[in-house]
Design a protein around this ligand. Structure first.
Ligand SMILES: C[S@@+](CC[C@H](N)C(=O)[O-])C[C@H]1O[C@@H](n2cnc3c(N)ncnc32)[C@H](O)[C@@H]1O
Length: 218
């Protein structure tokens, strides 16, 4: 399975700025197609919620006003969009320019972690999932919506593998063929409820998963 750590040179500032602009301005169509799924997914978030890679903030609109929200966003050019969106919604946000592989929270200290379209891009997927499990309180939940590898031995899977080097270069380190669900299943959660679905997106990133993984209560 392609879940091994990926290595690449850090992207230049102009590229990070362009990627942030694209995430803020070119995602409305996709967001509309997953709006109902996101509404269901985020329906009972509460307490301290850590979102990894929140990008320009498309998920903020779904959150209850009384949560404590902390965003882990290493691309500083995303922050202006995140703050604008938070201000529009009247939310208080705490943005940290760190990374999901090294969460600066105590063990068992957060109620929920959220990730949408991020686990494809983190350089070290297993390390990231280890950190998520570590910081969640007993019974805490990990909410995810991710694009993933197409089924094995399909034409689309072969195309995803073939295009991966180019896709990673132009897509801010995004791996189109990660079996992310396998890594989540192996991360040590007590229960995982998720489903595969096809998103209304270019074929390469249309296979997606959505679900909730729950940490053991003790
Ligand atoms: C494709 S964007 C998705 C943004 C947003 N979650 C959404 O659904 O539109 C991927 C995001 O993950 C962030 N990211 C990449 N590597 C990361 C890491 N190691 N830790 C945390 N965030 C990361 C990027 O900066 C970017 O904001």
């Amino acid at each position: 399975m392609n879940t091994a750590p990926s290595k690449s040179r850090p992207a230049p500032g102009w590229y990070k700025r362009l990627f942030a602009w694209l995430m803020a301005h070119a995602n409305a169509e996709y967001e509309a197609t997953v709006a109902d799924r996101k509404r269901d997914l985020f329906t009972d978030l509460n307490g301290t919620v850590v979102e990894i890679g929140p990008g320009s903030g498309p998920n903020l609109a779904y959150y209850p006003a009384d949560i404590r929200w902390i965003g882990i966003e290493p691309n500083p050019f995303m922050h202006v969009y995140l703050r604008q969106e938070a201000e529009r919604l009247g939310l208080t946000v705490d943005i940290q320019t760190t990374s999901a592989e090294r969460l600066e929270f105590a063990d068992r200290s957060v109620d929920a972690v959220v990730s949408t379209l991020v686990l494809c891009s983190v350089p070290d997927l297993e390390r990231t999932l280890h950190e998520i499990v570590r910081v969640l309180k007993p019974g805490g939940r990990f909410f995810f919506l991710e694009h993933v590898a197409a089924p094995a031995n399909t034409r689309l899977r072969r195309v995803q593998q073939w295009i991966r080097p180019l896709w990673r270069a132009v897509g801010d380190g995004c791996n189109p063929d990660r079996e992310t669900w396998v890594a989540i299943e192996q991360a040590g959660f007590a229960q995982i409820d998720y489903q595969h679905f096809r998103a209304d997106l270019p074929a390469i990133v249309s296979p997606q998963i959505i679900g909730v993984a729950t940490k053991a209560t003790a």
